[in-house]
Structures are given as C-alpha cells and as structure tokens.
Design a protein around this ligand. Structure first.
Ligand code: ADP
Ligand code: MG
Ligand code: ZN
Length: 608
C-alpha cells in the first residue's frame, strides 16, 4: 500500500514536468499579431500580401509592408477551399507567394499527440510499476514446486565439527556412527547391514540440534541439504509434496549426503488430528516424505536427519523402523556440559583471570546451549559498553540475570510505598525458601524491576535433579505463595504484583493432581488427554477423560494443595518476623542482596 502511494506520487511529479514542457512548447509567439479570417481576405483583395505559409491550423502571413501576421484556421479545411468559400478572385492570389508546409516537424506531432498520449502513458507506466512488485511473486510462483533447500558444501569455510559441540555425549556417540556410514558405506554393505535412513534429534529448543546435524555433515565431509519443515508448507495444496520430491531427487544425485529437515513437527504432526483444512497439505507432505524414505535403494547413501522439539506430536508412522528408526534425545545440559559449552563459546572472548566457568554453570540450571551462548554474548556487550578490555565476573552475573528474567529497568518509577511492598514481597519469598528444608538456597534478592517482574528472588539448585518428590512440590508452592502472604500479613491487603506467582502455584498444584498422580484421594492416575489439536491457530490442549464429578474433586484437591503450601509459608513467616524485618530493611537500603549478605542476616540455611 505504501508502495502504491509512492508510485502514484512519482507519476504525479512526472506528469507535472511533462505538462510544464508541453505548455512551454505550445506557447504562441506573442510578437506576431493574430488576425481574423475576414481581415486576411480583405488584405488579399486589397493586394497587400506578399507571402503566405500554409500550416495545418494556421497561416503565417507576410505583408508587402513587411509586418507578419497569423491567421488561425480549421485544420480540416484546406486553404483553397477557404478561398473558394470566401469567393476570392483567383487572379488576386496569383501575385502572392504561397508555401505549403508539410507539418512533419516533431513539435507539431508532439503538440498534436501529447494531450492524447499523456493519460495513456501515465496509466501504462503506473501499471508497469505496480506490476513489478507482483512480478517477484509470479516468478516465485513458477518455481513453487522446487525445493528451496539450501546446500552447504563440504568445502564451506564455516564448517563445524564435533569439537564445536560441547556435552551431549550420547547424542554425539550415536551420530558418530552415522558419520561412519557415510564415510565407509562398503564396510556395512558387505555385512548385509542396512544403513539407517533417518535419525531423529529430539530435544528442547536451543539444545544444539541444528548444530549437531551440521557437525555430522562437517565430520563426514559430505554435502548437506538443509530445509525447514515450515518451508514445505505453502498456500497451495500439493506444493509441499512436490518440494519433497525435488529435494530427494537432488539428494540422490549428490549421494552420499545428508538431508536435514529442521522443525519437522511443522509437517510431521500426527495425521488426522486437527480441525480445519491446513492439515490436508501437511498430510500430503508427510506422506511424500515417507514414500521417499521408503524408496531409497540400499545403495543410496542418503541419510535424513530431522530435528524437533515436539516428539509428542509426531506421527507414529515417522518413527517406525526403516524411517526415523534412530532417535537421539538431546537433554538440557547438566552442570558439567554447561561448563563445557561455556568453554567452547568463550574461546574467542577474553575472560578475567578470576572467572570460574564452573560457577557460572552452577548458577544457570535449566539453561540451554543457546541460552549459554547468549549469556556470554550479553556479558561481552556489557563489558564493551564500559570500555573494558576483558570480561569480568560482574558482567557474567549480570548477564545471567538478564537472560533469565530480562533486562534491569532502573528507570521504572516506583513510589516509596511500592518499593516497601516489593521489599516485603521478595523478603517473604526468600525467607520461606530459606527456612524450608528441601528448597533451593537463595542466591540473590532484588527489588530492582527486571523484565516483567517488579523484583525477584533467585534460587539456585545445588545439584541437577530429575526426580522430585511430592513434599518438594508443596514447599515450592509455599515459596511461590510467600510473597502474597507476606503482603497480606503486613499491609492487610494484597496487590496485583503476585498474579504470576499465584498462576504458577496453581499450575503446579494442578500438575500434582492431574499429571503426577500425587493426590491421595484421586489415586495414581492421570486426568485429561493432552492431545494436540489446532483449530483457528489455537492449540486446544486438554480432552477430558473424566466426569463432571471428578472435575469438582480435582478442583478441591488443587485447592487443598494450595492450602497446604500456604499453611507452611504462614508458619514460617509468623516464626521469623524478626528476620523478615531485617531483610526488608537491608533491601530498602541496598536494593539487592547477594547470598552472603542474606545469610549474614538470617544465618546459614538450616540442615535437616
Ligand atoms: P536447536 O536447533 O536445538 O534449537 P541450535 O542447534 O540452533 O539449537 O543451537 C543454537 C545455538 O546454541 C548454537 O548455534 C550454539 O551456538 C549454541 N549451542 C547449543 N548447544 C550447544 C552445545 N552443545 N555446544 C556448543 N554450543 C551449543
Ligand atoms: Mg534448530
Ligand atoms: Zn513474587
């Protein structure tokens, strides 16, 4: 639309210029007098005229006395007809020199044609201009069915290898085998072994799936075709399937090679699920992928690697032997892996001598490889902002919080009253987290607004844990509710600041009941079928597999868990009022408290 207006303005300008030129050209020369037809006839009859130049629509007349005149005439009427009409005696004209101009001069044609042509030119030009925008679309339309897989050549310079991927040991082990297949296919063929056709990488976003598959291509030194699942999906049905066909044709020609389909869940969702028309296209595309993978000859050394972070929604047909029969799960990195990833990414970054990457790894549970890379980058940017030459611990810690919660917003104006409320709220979280036996120790408390949060309390687990008992969840709920409860205890009413705490506590309590079977009354079963359905772009998650009556019981149980958590928090707040006041005073003064400062106030975390 913006373009359209711009084009229109350009043409309007061009039009103005042309009009100006045109009017300059057609300006009549004022030096010569224009006279009427009758005057001229009179002059002819009087024998005053020496010469007449005949043009189509005017006559240039030279009088015997030397003056010049112009007489306008109709262009359709010839000069001789004119004389006839006025009954001029031919003898009178005999002495006059008469020249007939051919009127082939360009200016004549221009003045004649321009008024007709200009609107046409304008319209045509305008159309061409606007069509040019559409042309691009048209060109793309012509090559619709072609796969637009990007090929990365083995000779490419920014090649990655397994060295660039830290951690993910098992995944690398598994993929090393794939490299073997690609490098020495004969070894396997001779034993009658069938080369795996597909490897599916499963893992949370940012855990290095794309990186790993690129490193496989780098290690095996083979061509690498990269396409994203969403690129198969276009406006028209059937395009995806034909793209798959062309992609695999290309791959077979370049064998041995790797085809990498990123985000395969975009096309590989369970067929038949979902409402609306879009899944038709997905199904066709998926079918085509399956057909192509089945159609590989044993000697086609093409290995398809696909990545997804939603294995739960994948079509079972994709996972059967002969297709993506190898599934490599990439977990979020544990503390050791995090340290290694930090090492890989700090290779080119000058770190201060006293920086211990182990400490950074400790403070970043739940961070993915991408988060860690981002963290180091943020730290480098922070250091550069202060014109430092090396990156210090302070920048690294600041970057952790920035990546975790969002950037600090010191400029957010808060009143003293709000500050006090925030201080009590965060102190409540910290206090309860500190005095409960199974919660993670408090690492930092702050009442500086950061991201969406008005303040925050950071807890960092001492170790990576994968299984959590019920008691831990209740304590976690207690910590989440502590902010809200402290506000209520001190000020007698609550603010909106606790909304996300409450939402998280409620979600946690619901999971306890419906997912983990931790409710004594409802028993060890799950409630609700979590099925992926897409309707009008929205995901409808749960399908009830329980009755209305049970729904009521679930609600009661959720409320009960929340009550248990809230009771524990209240006990602690009531028992440790003195410490609470100490924390608040310190927070109001310093705005942030580090672990040591906090423990100086309340003592070390009690051991059970
Ligand atoms: P995914 O495809 O799983 O979403 P990517 O492979 O795109 O994640 O990873 C994003 C970035 O995170 C990579 O470019 C890399 O810089 C970093 N990264 C992730 N995992 C690792 C790892 N194990 N070792 C080194 N870097 C990693
Ligand atoms: Mg990726
Ligand atoms: Zn809170």
């Amino acid at each position: 639309m913006k373009n359209l207006i711009k084009n229109f303005l350009i043409f309007f300008l061009v039009f103005l210029v042309i009009a100006a030129i045109f009017s300059a050209l057609s300006k009549p020369s004022q030096a010569v007098a224009t006279v009427g037809l009758e005057t001229m006839i009179q002059q002819i009859n009087d024998g005053k005229i020496s010469e007449i130049n005949i043009n189509t629509n005017k006559l240039d007349i030279t009088l015997k006395a030397g003056q010049k005149e112009i007489v306008k005439k109709e262009s359709t009427e010839s000069f001789s007809t004119l004389l006839n009409n006025f009954k001029v005696d031919p003898a009178k004209t005999a002495t006059i020199k008469i020249n007939v101009n051919e009127n082939s001069g360009w200016d004549y044609w221009l003045t004649l044609m321009l008024p007709i042509l200009i609107p046409f030119l304008l319209i045509i030009g305008f159309m061409i201009f606007t069509m040019r925008g559409l042309q691009g679309v048209n060109n793309r339309a012509m090559s619709f069915g072609q796969s637009n897989a990007k090929e990365a050549n083995p000779e490419q310079r920014d090649k990655v290898s397994f060295k660039d991927v830290a951690g993910a040991k098992e995944a690398k082990e598994e993929l090393k085998e794939v490299v073997e297949f690609l490098k020495f296919p004969k070894k396997f063929h001779e034993l009658g072994a069938r080369i795996p056709r597909g490897v599916l990488l499963l893992g949370a976003p940012g855990t290095g799936k794309t990186l790993l598959s690129r490193s496989v291509a780098g290690e095996a030194n083979v061509p690498f075709f990269h396409i994203s699942g969403s690129e198969f999906v276009e406006m028209f049905v059937g395009v995806g399937a034909s793209r798959v066909r062309s992609l695999f044709q290309k791959a077979k020609k370049n064998s041995p090679c790797i085809v990498f389909i990123d985000e395969i869940d975009a096309v590989g969702r369970r067929r038949g699920a979902g409402l609306g028309g879009s899944h038709d296209e997905r199904e066709q595309t998926l079918n085509q992928i399956l057909v192509e993978m089945d159609g590989f000859e044993p000697t086609n050394n093409v290995i398809v690697i696909a990545a997804t972070n939603r294995p739960d929604v994948l079509d079972p047909a994709l996972l059967r032997p002969g297709r993506f029969d190898r599934q490599v799960i990439i977990d979020l990195p544990d503390i050791k892996d995090r340290e290694e990833i930090l090492q890989v990414h700090s290779r080119k970054k000058p770190l201060a001598k006293d920086v211990e990457l182990r400490k950074i790894a400790q403070r970043t549970p739940g961070f993915s490889g991408a988060d860690l890379a981002n963290l180091l980058n943020e730290a480098a940017i922070l250091a550069a902002r202060q014109n430092k030459k090396i990156i210090d611990n302070s920048e690294l810690f600041e970057a952790i919080e920035k990546v975790m919660i969002g950037p600090e917003r010191r400029s957010r104006i808060i009143t003293d009253k709000e500050k006090k409320i925030t201080a009590y709220h965060e102190a409540g979280h910290a206090l309860v987290a500190h005095f409960l036996p199974d919660t993670d120790p408090v690492h930092k408390i702050s009442i500086i607004a950061r991201g969406q949060a008005g303040g925050y309390t950071l807890k960092v687990p001492t170790e990576d844990r994968h299984m959590h008992p019920k008691s831990e969840f209740i304590q976690e709920i207690a910590v989440l509710l502590a902010g809200h409860l402290t506000e209520k205890e001190i000020f007698g009413e609550v603010t909106t600041g606790a909304t996300s705490d409450l939402r998280r506590a409620t979600a946690m309590a619901r999971s306890l009941v419906t997912d983990f079977g931790m409710s004594d009354h409802l028993g060890p079963r799950t409630y609700g079928e979590k099925e992926e359905m897409i309707f009008l772009g929205r995901e409808i998650h749960e399908q009830r597999d329980y009755s209305e009556k049970v729904a009521e019981r679930i609600d009661e149980e959720i409320t009960d868990f929340i009550k248990q958590g809230s009771a524990r928090a209240q006990t602690i707040i009531a028992e440790h009022k003195v410490e609470l006041e100490k924390i608040v005073t310190a927070l109001l003064e310093k705005e942030t408290l580090e672990k040591e400062e906090f423990e100086n106030l309340v003592g070390p975390k009690p051991k059970v």
